[in-house]
Write a protein that binds this ligand. Structure first.
Ligand code: ATP
Ligand code: MG
Length: 574
């Protein structure tokens, strides 16, 4: 599937949100399903957002199939109510990421599209005695709010007249006041058990230009006011968000119930909360990702160590694998942490079917085959696919007197169960012959720098007669190999969960092995034409992708996507 084609609905599994929707449709409370994905354009998306994207866009795809002409759809909406942190750069990145994941929005909106309406509704709430302008400072507002165990107390400005409130709000809009001088608040209940209902802020003054509306506004709506109104204006039927918004739901309902008659919203949206995705060995909050990027602990938002969609794309993860992973995690009501191994399983599972097998030597050592004719080159036929993958295709790999093998595949004094190359021992070269080590050449420090072997000409594609050769190793022709830089990526953190406590402490948990750069790696010559973004399985090594940013013809850079097996648990034990 090409990545711009609509994503197939992932394996459908029932979950409580689908149950709610089915119930609404059966009881005719709703005749269609309209969802939205509402990112704030203040950073790049991460794998947690992918879960929300798969859910919201996935629901629209699924229910459109069941209700073809109902208007069932999913919107992309930028929740751009805080001009101090937001940027079109992030909007472009988010759109690219959603498309790359395989989804297309039916409409694209901004919360800022509705600023005029929101303002009008603010005036309406004032006229209804449901909102007032408060002139306490931030600190006073906080103090007056009380705590979970103590009721708050009323603001001294709570009983301002409708006229005075309207006058103040209009002058706030005109720019007559400084940041923080006044706010618009809902008039609800300062002793409500739900702190969110204690006269929450609806508007604040911010003399900051907005990336969409420029200098039109110097007052901006708060999330809890803007979000329900945006949903209601767009006719969202099921407003799905993560569990931390559970307490906001009462306010969400309050805003809609107090405006629906006046505003004639096309729908009465309901908010449902599901568990956010947490993954071990990484960090996911935008604040922490920003800290990693700004502190230059990583190379940017698309650093392949990050769990950002841009980072995963560059790492060589596929949209299909990420969608399958999200489907496997499911949608639940209880928070939990998913094991990184589960994501890696899906990456391998997908690439196993897609990535042709090739030969490359990451840490080379030269092998000279003394009895092989000096000038001879054989072009050996090598299949791109193992027998259990129903695909065809092969290429020629050149074989000659001098080759490279992996340093790890040779040992001077091997343990008993070592089946690779060592003095006097025989090993099979993948697609080629069996060779036997006859001698080694060492440098002044006693390091082996060259291995000498003989080959058995009878063993090309055939088993040697009268003896068993257990090990098979990979190799490349020294004369034909091309050089490449290979970046070995591993998990961002060396600890399962980042240390809690002080904010930046998680930086201490960064895995120093999360990026290892190897240069002078030797690749089979067919890879000279590999294109950025193309992925391969390097036999016995793992899955690798041509880096989309730094790889150039003649100067190839590959990223390790994932190892062939889950070696993390084992390496940690060591
Ligand atoms: P973060 O908390 O990671 O910094 P955010 O919640 O501030 O991100 P938003 O742009 O507000 O980011 O998120 C857009 C949507 O994605 C929201 O509906 C939010 O609930 C959802 N979302 C964010 N993080 C996750 C997650 N880890 N798992 C599932 N959904 C998520
Ligand atoms: Mg948030």
């Amino acid at each position: 599937m090409n990545s711009s084609a609509p994503a197939p609905a992932p394996t459908k599994m029932g979950d409580f949100i689908r149950d709610i929707i089915d119930g609404d449709l059966e009881a005719n409370r709703q005749q269609k399903v309209i969802t939205r994905f509402p990112p704030e354009p203040n950073g790049f998306l991460h794998i947690g957002h992918a879960k929300s994207i798969c859910l919201n866009f996935g629901l629209a795809l699924e229910y459109r199939e069941k209700l073809p002409d109902s208007g069932t759809r999913c919107h992309l909406r930028f929740d751009d109510t805080d001009p101090t942190k937001e940027d079109t750069l992030f909007e472009d990145g988010i759109q690219e990421d959603v498309r790359w994941l395989g989804f297309n929005w039916d409409d694209l909106y901004h919360a800022s599209d509705y600023f005029e309406k929101m303002y009008e509704y603010g005036e309406h709430l004032i006229t209804q005695g449901k909102a007032y302008v408060c002139s306490l400072t931030d600190a006073e507002i906080k103090e007056y709010r009380g705590s979970v165990t103590a009721a708050g107390k009323n603001s001294p400005h709570r009983e301002r007249s409708v006229e005075e409130n309207l006058d103040l709000l209009r002058r706030m809009r005109k720019g007559e006041f400084k940041d923080g001088e006044h706010v618009l608040r809902a008039k609800i209940d300062m002793s409500n058990a739900n702190m969110k209902m204690r006269d929450p802020l609806l508007y604040r003054i911010r003399h900051t230009a907005h990336h969409m509306t420029g200098d039109t506004w110097c007052i901006y709506p708060m999330y809890d006011y803007a979000h329900p109104i945006s949903d209601a204006i767009e006719g969202i039927t099921h407003s799905i968000c993560t569990l931390e918004f559970e307490n906001n739901r009462e306010l969400y309902d309050w805003v809609i119930d107090n405006l629906i008659e006046y505003a004639k919203f096309p729908s009465r949206p309901r908010q449902y909360e599901f568990a956010r995705l947490n993954l071990n060995y990484t960090v996911m909050s935008k604040r922490r990702l920003l800290e990693l990027v700004e502190g230059k602990h990583v190379s940017g938002w698309d650093d392949p160590r990050l769990p950002t969609i841009a980072g995963m794309r560059r790492r060589g993860y596929t949209p299909e694998a990420i969608r399958a992973f999200c489907a496997s995690v499911g949608v639940a009501k209880a928070n939990s942490t998913v094991d990184m191994a589960q994501l890696e399983f899906h990456i391998r599972d997908d690439l196993n079917q897609k990535a042709p097998r090739v030969l490359s030597v990451l840490k080379p050592i030269k092998v000279v085959i003394d009895n092989y004719p000096d000038a001879q080159v054989e072009e050996l036929d090598a299949s791109y696919w193992p027998h259990d993958i129903p695909k065809e295709g092969s290429r020629k790999v050149p074989f000659c007197k001098e080759i490279y093998i992996e340093q790890d595949d040779f040992m001077l004094e091997p343990p008993k169960d070592y089946y690779r190359l060592s003095p006097g021992k025989e090993v099979r070269l993948r697609y080629a012959y069996c060779i036997t080590c006859t001698d080694v050449i060492k440098d002044n420090d006693d390091n082996v720098v060259e291995v000498h072997c003989t080959y058995d000409p009878e063993t090309k594609g055939a088993n040697p007669v009268g003896r068993k050769v257990k090990g098979t190793i990979h190799w490349v022709s020294a004369k034909h190999a091309i050089d490449a830089e290979i970046r070995l990526y591993d998990r961002l953190l060396s600890e399962e969960s980042p240390p809690t406590g002080k904010e930046s402490e998680f930086l201490n948990a960064i895995n120093p092995q999360a990026l290892q750069v190897l240069t002078g790696c030797k690749l089979e010559p067919s890879l000279a034409v590999a294109k950025p973004g193309e992925s391969f399985q390097f036999e016995r090594q793992g899955y690798f992708v041509v880096d989309i940013k730094d790889s150039k013809p003649g100067n190839l850079v590959f990223n390790r996507i994932v190892t062939l097996k889950d070696s993390w648990a084992r390496s940690q034990k060591k």
